[in-house]
Design a protein around this ligand. Structure first.
Ligand code: SAM
Length: 383
C-alpha cells in the first residue's frame, strides 16, 4: 500500500475524468437483427459480438459530463486523479522521447472517450491528433471540448489540429477513414480500451492493426489495461466467481477456464454496472504485436510504474498539483473519502512514526485495490 510525504499543500488542479454519465444515446451501428433468427454457432457469435459492441457504445454514450464540484465529491476522486496522473506521466515521457528525434508529432488517441487526455496532448505540444471511439456521443463531446479548448486559449497559443472519427476500432479500419489517406503517427495511445477488443481474435487483431499499421518506425504504441494475472489471482483467491470491495467488483462467469479470447467478466465501479470486458493474456498480445514489427519496451503494473515515476521531482510535483493522492490526516475542515474502518490503517501506522513528516499522501485501501488491477505498456515500432 502506498503512502507518500505531501510536503506542499495541494491546490485545485487539472482533473480530467475519463468517462461521465450523459443522456442515453445509442451508436449508429445497427444490430444484426437477421442473425437473431439463426441458431448456427457462427451466427450466434456474430450476434453476441454485435450486442457487446452496442452495449459498449451505449454505455459510454450514456456517461454524463459531471461538474468539477460533483467529481470532487466522488468516493473515488483520488483514484481517478491517480489514474490521470499516471496517464499524464506516461504521455509526457513518451512525447519527450519522440521529440528527441522529431519536432512535428502526430498522435492517434484510440478509444479517446470524451477527450479526457486532450489537455495532456496540448501540454505535450503535439501538432496533430486523431481521436477515434465507438461511442458517437463521446466523440461529439470530445470535439466540443477541443473547440472550447481552442476558443479559450491565448491567440498565440499553439493548439494542435484535430480530426474525429466514430468507429468500432475492433471491426473497422481507421486507415480508410483518415482525411489524409497517407497519414502516419508517431504515437498511438490506447488508454483503458484495448481489453474490450479481446472478445475475439479478429477483433483484437483489427484493434492492433489500427493501433500499429500507421506508426512510423521509432513510433510508440502506449496504453493502460487490466492485468489478467492480477484479475485471475484475485478470482482464484475468492470463494465465489466474484471479488471486490466498496468501490469496485469483478464478476467472472466461471473459474478455472480462461480462453485466450472471449474470456468475459463484468466490471462494476462505484456501483455502476459496467459493460463486459475481456481478459488480455499479455504474452499473446505481445506475440500478436510482432506482426506489426512492434517490440515491447515496457510493461509495468500501476504499482511498479508509480514507484518508479514518483522518484522524479517533476512527476511528484504534478502528483500534488493533480491531487492524485489523498491527504492523511485531513486538515481541520477536510474529511477522508471513506469513513469505513480499516480503509486508512496503512496510513495511520506510518503517520504514527515520529520520524515521518506529515501530512502523507495516500489512497484508501479500496481505491488502491481497484487501481492496482491495471498495467502500463509501451511498444516501439522497429524500422
Ligand atoms: N481513453 C479514454 C480515457 O482514458 O479517458 C476513455 C477510456 S473509457 C474507460 C473506454 C473507451 O473505449 C470508451 O470511450 C469506449 O467507447 C471506447 N471503446 C470501447 N470499445 C471500443 C471499440 N471497439 N472501438 C473504439 N472505441 C472503443
Amino acid at each position: 500500500m502506498m503512502a507518500q510525504n505531501l510536503n506542499s499543500k495541494n491546490t485545485d488542479g487539472e482533473v480530467e475524468q475519463e468517462c461521465r454519465r450523459d443522456t442515453a444515446h445509442t451508436s449508429s451501428r445497427k444490430r444484426h437483427r437477421d442473425a437473431d433468427d439463426d441458431e448456427s454457432p457462427k451466427k450466434k457469435l456474430v450476434t453476441e459480438e454485435s450486442l457487446h459492441s452496442q452495449r459498449v457504445a451505449t454505455h459510454y454514450n450514456a456517461l454524463q459530463e459531471r461538474g468539477l464540484a460533483e467529481r470532487n465529491r466522488s468516493r473515488i476522486v483520488h483514484m481517478r486523479n491517480f489514474n490521470n496522473w499516471l496517464k499524464s506521466v506516461l504521455i509526457a515521457d513518451i512525447l519527450d522521447k519522440v521529440k528527441q528525434k522529431k519536432r512535428d508529432v502526430t498522435v492517434l488517441d484510440l478509444g479517446c472517450g470524451k477527450g479526457g487526455d486532450l489537455l495532456k496532448w496540448k501540454k505535450g505540444r503535439i501538432d496533430k491528433l486523431v481521436c477515434a471511439d465507438i461511442a458517437g456521443v463521446s466523440i461529439e463531446q470530445c470535439q466540443q471540448r477541443y473547440n472550447d479548448m481552442r476558443r479559450r486559449g491565448h491567440p498565440n497559443d499553439h493548439t494542435f489540429a484535430a480530426e474525429f472519427i466514430t468507429a468500432d476500432c475492433s471491426k473497422e479500419l481507421l486507415s480508410e477513414k483518415f482525411r489524409d489517406p497517407e497519414l502516419q503517427f508517431d504515437v498511438c495511445s490506447c488508454q483503458f480500451v484495448y481489453h474490450y477488443s479481446f472478445e475475439s481474435e479478429q477483433q483484437a487483431e483489427t484493434m492492433l492493426r489500427n493501433a500499429c499499421e500507421r506508426l512510423r518506425p521509432g513510433g510508440f504504441f502506449i496504453g493502460t489495461s487490466p492485468d489478467a494475472y492480477e484479475l485471475v489471482k484475485r478470482l482464484e483467491e475468492s470463494d465465489t466467481n466474484s471479488f471486490g470491495n466498496e468501490v469496485y467488483s469483478v464478476n467472472f462467469h466461471k473459474k478455472g477456464d480462461y480462453p485466450l479470447f472471449g474470456c468475459q467478466y463484468d466490471f462494476n465501479l462505484e456501483g455502476v454496472v459496467n459493460v463486459p470486458e475481456f481478459l488480455v493474456y499479455f504474452p499473446l498480445f505481445e506475440e500478436m504485436a510482432k506482426k506489426y514489427n512492434m517490440r515491447l519496451v515496457c510493461k509495468k503494473t500501476f504499482r511498479e510504474f508509480f514507484e518508479e515515476k514518483v522518484k522524479d521531482k517533476k512527476h511528484k510535483v504534478l502528483m500534488q498539483w493533480m491531487q492524485a493522492l489523498e491527504q492523511y490526516p485531513p486538515d481541520e475542515r477536510g474529511r477522508l473519502a471513506s469513513d469505513s474502518l480499516g480503509e486508512y490503517d496503512h496510513a495511520k501506522t506510518i503517520s504514527e512514526n515520529p520520524a515521518v513528516r506529515l501530512p502523507l499522501g495516500t489512497l484508501s485501501k479500496s481505491e488502491w485495490e481497484a487501481t492496482s488491477i491495471y498495467l502500463v505498456f509501451v511498444f516501439e515500432k522497429m524500422s
